[in-house]
Design a binder for this molecule. Structure first.
Ligand code: 8DG
Length: 130
């Protein structure tokens, strides 16, 4: 049986800006930008995975908000991307796994090359940043 993997992402919003991270690997994705997050582990809830990944990747505790956009089926058809808004509860984001982190305002969202699957999420996010 094939299991559909779920990738969860956090659009952490602070003062009208969203936190974006530049991937450092794998080579095909390096230099592309994404929402912090990652794969949901077997037996783990999606929201628990989101909180865990933000702790691991950024060293922060988040409070999860609302879903942004719909489920995005990834190009290989074997994974689905789901993104939520989030607020910082504790800590200052550090680039533990990303090459760089940036806080982007609505008019800066197009200034970085997002991973292709993120395009509809970024579009849905824009009106929330003001
Ligand atoms: N975190 C994240 N991943 C995304 C986004 N958009 C997108 O296409 N992806 C893809 C990139 C990767 O192929 C996959 C996430 O895998 P990952 O390697 O970051 O997951 P992980 O942190 O669980 O890593 P690992 O334990 O398997 O090393 O989803 C996004 O906005 N955020």
């Amino acid at each position: 049986m094939t299991t559909q993997k779920v990738i969860v992402g956090a659009a952490i919003i602070l003062n009208g800006r969203v936190l974006a991270g530049e991937r450092s690997d794998p080579p095909a994705a390096a230099g592309r930008w994404e929402f912090p997050g990652g794969k949901v582990e077997p037996g783990e809830s999606e929201l628990d995975a989101l909180v865990r990944e933000c702790d691991e990747e950024l060293g922060v505790t988040i409070e999860v908000g609302e879903r942004i956009g719909g489920d995005v089926v990834m190009a290989n058809g074997r994974a689905t991307l789901k993104v939520w808004t989030a607020a910082l509860r504790d800590g200052t984001p550090q680039a533990r796994e990303h090459a760089e982190l940036r806080w982007l305002a609505a008019d800066e969202l197009d200034s970085v090359p997002w991973l292709p699957a993120d395009a509809p999420i970024v579009a849905a996010l824009r009106p929330l940043l003001s």
